[in-house]
Ligand binder design. Structure first.
Ligand code: C2O
Ligand code: CU
Ligand code: CU
Length: 447
């Protein structure tokens, strides 16, 4: 669905749906009966209007992940709740100079996010590039995972799966198991890959093909960078240029060690069970036929503001932790939604009535994100992109703008944020959606 004359008007229904996954019938939840939901194509300066209807049995809402739009009013507001059978009208106005890129949408009703995304509620938003890279074709690849029982019905996540962050048994690309794609040698393709899994990290490889990273989450890198492997935490997106070479290649995801609750819980965590150490084949690419001519050069991308050399107006620290709840909060921890554990930022679980951080419009802040726990937490901030300025031993010499930044177990990452353009209240949280539902989220008000 593409905007016309600066507007994209859309009726979106979240509802239970029967779909075909290969030869199987499955009962999932989806937007407009389509798994994934429709891809929305808009441009800087556009208005996106969504009339959303809740056809589910639980409350829901809509979030446009990564879009730089006002959090004020009915905009990108995670505090809205749409009850079953009700509707809500969203309007998002993109600034003229909105960063091009691959974004996505999903429900964000606290307490239900992981269940609803795991059930199939997600879709892609493309903000078109005013200086597009010439390519033979573009593919949107939404990677998700799902667990279905023998009759094709969704299964419920167990308490330990929620604590670890559930990983679905079947990994899908655009709602299918291992789809096939075809190209001719010498073509250049643009792949927009969305990690829509609630908790699964992706470590992608594509054997036998030339792979260049064009962008990550928001905007484009100044130059495409050759890569052999790309890592996506839950919520991350990448834009890849595939320079096709003759042969059959497989897009795979290798297992990622994202830590575990170790001795804290007992039982095998994802990545520790039998078979979890095997790569998963996601898509088969068949490159054959007559070679085509070299595509034109890659034009310079619209880079985001580089904050590395800018003065910092304020600094703050956020501490992500999981607590066994044996201390002061012990009893509360036992009875809370996380069962034995509490999932906190700065020692507190999410409270929609509380403002955890206050920042000023027009300032640049530096945030040190600390992970005091034995599991990775991918941190996500709404509305304003983050620029990673320090990440352990990882190279940050080239600019790295992201809206989801992984904080490794017992590690820390430093980011800078320019609180530009908008005021209002929004959230930051762990994008392991089970952790977000269990309380690992905070509210920020920017004035
Ligand atoms: Cu993708 Cu606050 O979410
Ligand atoms: Cu988001
Ligand atoms: Cu987490």
């Amino acid at each position: 669905l593409t905007s016309r004359d600066g507007v994209l008007d859309l009726a979106l229904e979240a509802a239970p749906t029967r779909v075909r996954i290969g030869a199987r019938e499955a009962s999932v939840q989806a937007f407009n009966s389509s798994l994934p939901g429709p891809t929305l194509r808009i441009r800087g300066g556009d208005t996106l209007r969504v009339a959303m209807t809740n056809g589910l049995e639980a409350p829901t809402n809509l979030h446009v992940h990564g879009l730089h739009v006002s959090p004020e009013g009915n905009g990108d507001n995670p505090f809205v709740s749409i009850e079953p059978g009700e509707s809500f009208d969203y309007e998002y106005v993109l600034p003229q100079d909105h960063a091009p890129g691959t974004y996505w949408y999903h429900p964000h009703r606290h307490g239900h996010v992981a269940d609803q995304v795991a059930a199939g509620l997600y879709g892609t938003i493309v903000v078109e590039d005013p200086d597009p890279v010439p390519v033979a074709r573009e593919r949107v690849l939404v990677v998700s995972d799902i667990t279905l029982d023998g009759s094709g019905n969704l299964t419920e996540a167990s308490p330990p799966q929620r604590m670890m962050g559930r990983e679905g048994e079947t990994v899908l690309v655009n709602g299918q198991v291992r789809p096939e794609a075809a190209a001719a040698p010498g073509e250049r393709e643009l792949w927009r890959v969305v990690n829509a899994c609630p908790s699964r990290y992706l470590r992608l490889t594509l054997d036998g093909q030339g792979l260049r990273l064009l962008g990550r989450d928001v905007g484009r890198l100044p130059e495409p960078v050759e890569v052999t492997e790309v890592m996506l935490a839950p919520g991350n997106r990448v834009e890849l240029l595939v320079d096709t070479r003759e042969g059959t290649s497989t897009l795979r995801t290798a297992p990622v060690d994202r830590g575990s609750m170790g001795g804290m819980m007992g039982g095998a965590a994802p990545g520790e069970g039998p078979g979890d150490d095997e790569p998963i084949n996601l898509l088969i690419l068949e490159v054959a036929g007559d070679p085509v001519e070299e595509p034109g050069p890659v034009p310079a991308g619209t880079a985001l503001r580089d904050l590395r050399d800018e003065p910092v107006d304020a600094r703050r620290t956020l501490d992500f932790d999981m607590d066994m709840g044996m201390g002061m909060g012990g009893m509360r921890g036992m009875s809370g939604p996380g069962g034995m554990m509490s999932f906190t930022i700065d020692g507190r679980e999410f409270d929609a009535e509380r403002i955890d951080q206050r920042a000023q419009v027009g300032t640049v802040e530096e945030w040190t994100l600390i992970n005091s726990s034995p599991m990775d937490h991918p941190m996500h901030l709404h509305v304003w992109p983050m620029q990673v300025v320090a990440d352990g031993d990882r190279d940050v010499s080239g600019p790295r703008w992201q809206d989801v930044v992984n904080i490794p177990a017992f590690g820390e990452v430093t980011v800078r944020v320019a609180f530009e353009a908008f005021s209002g209240r929004t959230v930051y949280h762990c994008h392991i959606l089970d952790h977000e539902d269990l309380g690992m989220m905070g509210a920020i008000e920017v004035r």
